[in-house]
Write a protein that binds this ligand. Structure first.
Ligand code: PLP
Length: 415
């Protein structure tokens, strides 16, 4: 039956009569409405970090909803789950004196972080600092600023210019950032926005020294470094916010996804005490920004339960211990004639990129591969020229073998 549901990032002319309806989930598995079981090799959109079907999170959210479903946190209003979540995140964030601004997702967190950066400079008498630099291939959500600044060109096309004061630099070069700051003029640059490991742009780990290098360049020119940890946080890179892996201290960190493992929508921004100071230390300097559901108590209760599971089950560390197992499992695919490259080894995420030859011969090859793999009971995600793998942190070695087996079989059939 034709659907009325307009799917994000989807060709509705095709999808309108071909929906894949997911019904329920249990750990690394999800089931469709016919009861068929699939291995969720992508943790939905990189977020089901604790796996599916955790009653503990559902109970925490339901309990909070019965007590107080929602209430504003504008002005002096607060609720205990939001206060507790902010304190907990500030305690584990890799920046001193962290303050936490809560949002309803990652894209809103990006727009919040950039607005904080611009207002920070403005409050310090540098109102010319509005330009935002990001990396080619980066993805920063679909709100206005995140769409306008990010580096996957196709996602910006056709919307007009959403963030005129922005530019993108080569994704793997610290020098490229320095040159761009000099070209634009440091006095005009507010922030540099970067994913520690680029996700949607193809799973691109940073070169050696990159993360520390770009933060050092930002410091040198008074530019705020915003680490987008929306994918990389909460165990995906084996640490709470991803960047600790490189011993890096950004000025702002955006997060979402794994903070609730997707049980309810929530995101936010962690601000270094230095960035928060003009707002927290000076009466009258209000950040006039924030959404209706900022600090929503039921979402915060879900996040707290999720953080409890991540901690109790050692899942953050497991992201690190399993990264090599994932890399080993995917490695044989590199020898397949249709495969150009396998990228894995930094965190529990990877990508298998097809050769230019097959993509030229069969322009739908990536989608076809994902379908063939799905027919074998494994869900992978299409990312441009590659398919991505980013399973729940509870994944076991035998599941990773199953993912590799399904990909090999799918590639063989595509050949
Ligand atoms: N930033 C990154 C790195 C992301 O991968 C995403 C979503 O995939 C976002 C931001 C946007 O998050 P959301 O979809 O929750 O708005």
């Amino acid at each position: 039956m034709e659907t009325a549901l307009w799917h994000p990032f989807s060709d509705m002319a095709v999808v309108r009569e071909h929906e894949f309806v997911v019904d329920r989930g249990e750990d690394v598995w999800v089931y469709d409405t016919s009861g068929n079981r699939y291995l969720d090799a992508t943790a939905s959109l990189w977020y089901a970090n604790v796996g599916h079907g955790r009653q503990e999170i559902a109970d925490a959210a339901a309990g909070q909803m019965r007590r107080l479903a929602g209430y504003s946190t504008f002005g002096d209003f607060a609720n205990e789950p939001a206060r507790e979540l902010a304190a907990r995140l500030a305690g584990i964030a890799p920046v001193p004196g962290a303050k936490v601004f809560l949002t309803t997702g990652g894209g809103e967190a990006i727009d919040t972080a950039v607005k904080i950066a611009r207002r920070y400079h403005d409050a310090r008498g540098e109102s010319g600092r509005v330009h935002v630099i990001s990396r080619a291939q980066s993805y920063h959500g679909t709100n206005g600023i995140g769409t306008g600044v990010a580096g996957i060109d196709a996602n910006r096309t056709g919307f007009g210019e959403l963030l005129p004061s922005s530019s993108r630099v080569q994704y793997d070069s610290v020098d490229a950032l320095r040159e761009e700051i000099l070209r634009v003029g440091a006095e005009n640059v507010a922030a540099f926005l970067f994913e520690p490991v680029i996700g949607a742009g193809g799973v691109l780990p940073p070169p050696e020294g990159y993360v520390r290098g770009v933060i050092d360049v930002c410091r040198e020119f008074g530019v705020l470094a915003i680490a987008d940890a929306v994918i990389c946080g909460f165990g995906r890179l084996g640490t709470w916010f991803g960047v600790e892996r490189w011993d890096a201290e950004p000025d702002l960190i955006t997060f979402a996804k794994g903070v609730t493992s997707g049980y309810l929508p929530l995101g936010g921004v962690v601000a270094h005490e230095r960035v928060a100071e003009p707002f927290w230390g000076r009466p009258g300097n209000t950040l006039r920004h924030g959404a209706t559901y900022a600090g929503h108590p039921a979402c915060c209760a879900a996040a707290l339960a999720n953080l409890g599971i991540l901690e109790r089950e050692g899942l953050v560390e497991r992201g690190r211990t399993m990264e090599g197992v994932l890399a080993d499992a995917l490695a044989p695919l590199a020898a397949h004639p249709l495969v150009a490259e396998v990228r894995a080894g930094v965190g529990l995420l990877g990508a298998v990129e097809l050769t230019a030859a097959v993509l030229e011969r069969v322009p739908t090859a990536i989608g076809d591969l994902a379908s063939l793999v799905r027919q074998r009971g494994v869900l992978v995600r299409t990312l441009g020229r590659a398919v991505a793998v980013s399973p729940p942190l509870t994944v076991r070695a035998e599941h990773l073998q199953e993912i590799e087996g399904a990909l090999t079989a799918g590639l063989d059939e595509l050949s």
